[in-house]
Write a protein that binds this ligand. Structure first.
Ligand SMILES: [Zn+2]
Length: 273
């Protein structure tokens, strides 16, 4: 695996109002490639005072990817979901001391959803298997991008080598990005204000959320800063599977502030349709 720096230009944009006043011709399609069982207590950090009455119960939630189709700039994938191996093996044939289990129906894998669609690249929100392992069945002639620092925490011995087969991974350095408040470092991925990567650390070190600025209104994809809508409603970030719970909470509060400032923005949590 070769790590390279993802090249982008500062847009000079200083406010989300400016972004939203120039929507672009792109559409967003949500793709489900499987499901995972999580516990409500932990999905909602039980230590937080707003979460004292959250019951311990299993939730089966979807594993999601997003296809972004830009009329002029082509097709991009946000997270790669699961490849077909999960239909027969809940561990996706990965070897490691703590490999996550996921479930998949027949023909739910990412390549089936993308049949006939030519992708230019994949942007990963973060490197947890349920967001990345689908890359194993995608073309290697496209680019793959992750937030800088994310790969430092990649542990194939523990979670399995789900980046197997990838030749080059590009890292996005948010310290070089425009800072657009209240969110912070934000990268104009396609250079026309249509698709934004926003630094949202906490769930993992290099975690990214996305904003799709389409003609039918902006959509903010929290990815794993909020697993389910209840995270946003209770204003409590997840505690489970989280690199820095305190930072994850700060990031979630920033997102809630952003959504309050811009009520026209629709929001999609990372594991709820
Ligand atoms: Zn995750």
């Amino acid at each position: 695996m070769i790590l390279k720096e993802f090249d982008f230009k500062k847009s000079g944009i200083q406010s989300w109002d400016e972004v939203f006043s120039h929507p672009q011709p792109l559409t967003l399609k949500i793709i489900k490639t499987g499901s995972v069982v999580i516990n409500r207590r932990g999905t909602i950090n039980p230590v937080h005072p707003n979460a004292v009455n959250v019951p311990s119960e299993d939730l089966e939630v979807p594993i999601l990817s997003y296809l972004v189709r830009h009329e002029e700039q082509g097709n991009y994938l946000l997270d790669a979901g699961l490849d077909a191996s999960y239909h027969i093996d809940s561990r996706g044939e990965l070897e490691g001391s703590d490999v996550d289990k996921f479930y998949q129906g027949l023909n739910e894998n990412i390549a089936i959803h993308l049949k006939g669609i030519k992708l230019k690249g994949v942007f990963f929100s973060h490197l947890h298997a349920d967001h990345a392992v689908g890359q194993r069945e995608l073309s290697k002639n496209i680019f793959y991008v992750v937030g800088k620092g994310e790969y430092d925490d990649y542990r194939p011995d523990v979670h399995g080598d789900f980046l197997d087969g990838m030749q080059t991974l590009y890292e996005m350095d948010f310290s070089q990005a425009d800072v657009i408040l209240p969110m912070g470092p934000s990268v104009d991925l396609l250079g026309d204000g249509s698709l934004w990567a926003i630094s949202t650390p906490g769930h993992t070190q290099g975690h990214i959320s996305f904003l799709v600025n389409g003609l039918d209104g902006p959509v903010f994809l929290t990815m794993d800063t909020a697993f389910i809508r209840e995270n946003l409603e209770r204003r409590v970030a997840p505690g489970d599977y989280t690199w820095d719970v305190e930072m994850a909470q700060e990031t979630l509060e920033k997102i809630i502030k952003f959504l309050k400032m811009y009520p026209q923005v629709r929001v999609g949590p990372g594991h709820e349709l």
